[in-house]
Ligand binder design. Structure first.
Ligand code: C5P
Length: 232
């Protein structure tokens, strides 16, 4: 990836339907993060106007849209989201080659388009239940490689998947990694976590950090501490 674009690799996940709270959080932590990640909760509640209001703060925005539909529909959605001045958005690689190529073409080159491979909430048994053969680990690499061949810029992945994806997709593939927990912090519902430093050392490009920052008594201090832990 281009290192000058995301000098601070931390994107804070702002998971709230409340625009005022989202703006307040973003302003509080803005100086200590590299960007903002807005997901389905915020996007569904606040829509393009909410996204535009957040974009005005001037931080790169990762819209965690996770589009998955027929190629024509995803292309239309990709075109619209790319117009909103965001830095990154995503689609499900399992939507297939035609869908990914259509999204890439419609989004244009000014925005990073990345793929979700296998949701980290699914294990091998879940995949078996929906008729998918092979392990989650195999499926992650298969879908990451397919996304790359369709012109996508990278994938969202668990820190524990970085090594296998780097081996298959090389050093220029953008790896965006959630499931990050500073040492000693509450895991909440995340299971296999890494600290920010460990994930960067493992080869992550962008670290998505939510509750360790947004749920802290002092979000500004929490974001600053994470940023400092990356400079040591
Ligand atoms: O609060 P926490 O740090 O767990 O937030 C992580 C963010 O990354 C959430 O917005 C979550 O939806 C998102 N995410 C994730 N695991 C994935 C993909 C996205 O935790 N595999």
């Amino acid at each position: 990836m281009n290192p000058s674009r995301f000098q601070n690799p931390v994107f804070v996940a702002i998971d709230t339907p409340d625009l005022d709270r989202a703006l307040a959080l973003a302003k509080a932590v803005g100086p200590h993060v590299g960007g903002l990640k807005l997901g389905l909760e915020f996007l569904t509640a606040r829509g393009p106007e909410g996204l535009a209001a957040m974009a005005k703060l001037g931080h790169p925005i990762f819209a965690d849209t996770k589009f998955h539909d027929i190629p024509n529909t995803v292309a239309g959605a990709a075109r619209e989201i790319a117009r909103l001045g965001i830095a990154i958005f995503n689609i499900h690689a399992s939507g297939g080659e035609a869908m990914m190529r259509a999204a890439r073409k419609a989004a244009g080159e000014g925005v990073k388009l990345i793929a979700v491979t296998v949701l980290t909430s699914l294990d091998d048994r879940d995949l078996d239940a929906v008729g998918q053969r092979g392990t989650a680990a195999e499926q992650v690499v298969r879908l990451a490689s397919l996304a790359q061949s369709c012109g996508l810029d990278g994938v969202v992945c668990s820190a524990h998947e970085i090594a296998a994806i780097r081996k298959a997709c090389g050093k220029d593939f953008l790896l965006v990694v959630p499931g990050i927990r500073p040492a000693g912090s509450d895991l909440a519902d995340q299971r296999r976590v890494m600290t920010p430093r460990e994930a960067l050392d493992a080869g992550a490009d962008i670290l998505v950090v939510g509750r360790p920052i947004t749920g802290a008594a002092d979000p500004t201090q929490a974001a600053r501490a994470i940023a400092e832990s990356l400079h040591g």
